[in-house]
Write a new protein. Structure first.
Length: 86
């Protein structure tokens, strides 16, 4: 580069970002999301977040553990409402 001039300049502009509605469909085929199986899915997520919370607690990360416990509680409540008991 001589005298601070750029020898390789960009000749095209970047494409604008896709609209929000189009972005949400990009990760699923044809924009169709799989149906959840209700309480079975909620139970699986509950057990997963509970295990993550316990692991964080064992390592001493109380903030991380509380975060996962709150996620687990959400799915616990989802299981209760799916079964018709509140």
């Amino acid at each position: 580069m001589q005298n601070g001039q750029r020898t390789n300049t960009r000749t095209h502009r970047p494409r604008p970002a896709a609209p929000i509605a189009a972005r949400s469909r990009q990760w699923t085929p044809n924009g169709v999301r799989p149906e959840s199986t209700g309480s079975q899915s909620a139970q699986r997520h509950y057990e997963r977040y509970l295990a993550l919370a316990q692991a964080e607690f064992r390592t001493g990360n109380l903030v991380g553990a509380e975060n996962y416990y709150q996620h687990a509680e959400h799915y616990f409540r989802s299981m209760s409402t799916d079964r018709g008991t509140t």
